[in-house]
Every structure is written in C-alpha cells, then in structure tokens.
Design a protein around this ligand. Structure first.
Ligand code: HEC
Ligand code: HEC
Length: 182
C-alpha cells in the first residue's frame, strides 16, 4: 500500500484548477462563479471546502450520489492520485486552512461506528490497515475513495449496510487512529 504524510505533499492551486477542468469536474460544479450546476458550488461557503479534511469528508459523504450523476452523464470516473488530491484541495480552498490534530481515541470509536473496522481486517478481503508502512493523510482518503470507492460500495451493499457520511473532524480522528498503527 502506498501512503504518504500530508506534510510531504504540497498542493498547487494552479495545477488543481487545471485538473478541475481536465477531469471535467467543472461540467457539474462551479467554483467561485463559473461552472456547471448539476452538483453544488464548491469552495463557496466559509468552512465548507477550506481544508484537506473538509474536502475529503465532503467527497466521502457525497460520493455515491456523485457517481450516480457521472454514470447518468455517461462519464468515466477519474482516478485521483494523492498529489492530485492535494492540488484539488489547494484550488477549492483558495487558502488552505490547517486542520486541527485528530484524536486517536475518538478515531478508534468512529472507525468502528462507521463500519470501517468491520471490513478492514484480516478476514474480510479488504486491505488491512493494521500494519501501515507509512503515515496516512486526507489525500490518501481522497485517492482511495476515487480508486476503490466502487469496490467498497458493492461490499457495503452486500452487507445490506449503508454508505457512511463523515465530517472533517471524523476524518481527522480516523487518520490519527490509523497513524497510531504505523
Ligand atoms: C456528473 C456530475 C459531476 C461530476 C463530473 C463531478 N461531480 Fe462532484 N458532485 C456531483 C453531485 C451531484 C454532488 C452532490 C451529491 C449529493 O447530493 O450527495 C457532488 C458532490 C461533490 C462534493 C461534495 C460537495 C458538498 O456538498 O460538500 C465535492 C467536494 C465534489 N463533488 C468534488 C468533485 C470533484 C473534485 C470532481 C472532479 C474530479 C467532481 N466533483 C466531479 C456531481 C459531479
Ligand atoms: C463493507 C466493507 C467496507 C467498509 C464498511 C469500508 N471499507 Fe474501505 N475498502 C473496502 C474494500 C473491499 C476496499 C478495496 C476496494 C476495491 O478496490 O475493490 C476498500 C478500500 C479502502 C481504501 C483504499 C485503500 C488503498 O489501498 O488505497 C481506503 C482509504 C478505505 N477503504 C478506507 C475506509 C474507511 C476510512 C472506512 C470507514 C469510513 C471504510 N474504508 C469502510 C471495504 C470497506
């Protein structure tokens, strides 16, 4: 598994803006003005998409409906690398707000409550997050969502469970918990 600390990645807003065009996000979303209106405006409300955890949480929470919209539009879902996630965050946020440190103890409870623990173990066939070789970051959450989200969703449907929404704070807490297992 490849994972990197948030600190090793610096987002570039200009490159993020180019990706936003190239990946056709702009056909559905407006950022500070111009763009489509199929999806909500991004980076508009203060506190909404202004940090890495906030963008990761918003994408996780809305992924299923977003993928449905992409399918309906006949669009292929792009893959997003961790560096590209950092660039997109820099573009959406404008000025990237530093996230407060997560709480590992709280993160452990959230990891269980949001069902992550029920799949990411040595039994379920999902990647095991018990032995991380490197620290994980919100960019890892974004890249993982776009690369593996459909596989995750089909397992959740099989279990007759519901896709889980996450807040920015919950993303930070889950990451703090996972990073204690490094
Ligand atoms: C085919 C249309 C479509 C495309 C293309 C698309 N999105 Fe979305 N997106 C949506 C819709 C619809 C929602 C809202 C889903 C919901 O209501 O739960 C959404 C939600 C989001 C959200 C959460 C917004 C919130 O309410 O907090 C983010 C962030 C986001 N998209 C980013 C992106 C990025 C980045 C790209 C390009 C890689 C992209 N989207 C491509 C349709 C699209
Ligand atoms: C129902 C089972 C299930 C649940 C619940 C679940 N996952 Fe997953 N997850 C998977 C599977 C399976 C994959 C691999 C998907 C694939 O590509 O087929 C995956 C992949 C991932 C990846 C990508 C890993 C990588 O190597 O890039 C991340 C990150 C991730 N999950 C995080 C989470 C988090 C955080 C939660 C809780 C909020 C969660 N998952 C909940 C089954 C699940």
């Amino acid at each position: 598994m490849t994972a990197m600390t948030a600190q090793t990645l610096t987002g570039d807003a200009k490159r993020g803006g180019e990706l936003f065009q190239k990946m056709k996000c702009v056909s559905c979303h407006a950022v500070r003005g111009a763009g489509g209106s199929v999806g909500p405006g991004l980076g508009v409300k203060p506190g909404m998409h202004d940090s890495a955890n906030a963008v990761a949480a918003a994408m996780w929470s809305h992924a299923v409906k977003m993928w449905e919209a992409m399918e309906k539009a006949g669009m292929a879902q792009p893959r997003i690398s961790q560096q590209q996630a950092a660039d997109l965050v820099a573009y959406l946020a404008g000025k990237v707000r530093q996230d407060p440190p997560g709480d590992a103890a709280r993160g452990r409870k959230i990891y269980e409550a949001k069902l992550c623990a029920s799949c990411h173990d040595q039994y379920s066939g999902a990647p095991e997050f018990t032995r991380l070789t490197e620290a994980v970051s919100p960019y890892w959450m974004v890249a993982g969502l776009w690369d593996h989200g459909k596989g995750m969703l089909s397992r959740i449907v099989e279990k007759k469970a519901a896709w889980q929404e996450l807040t920015a704070q919950e993303v930070g807490d889950i990451l703090a918990y996972l990073n204690t297992r490094k």
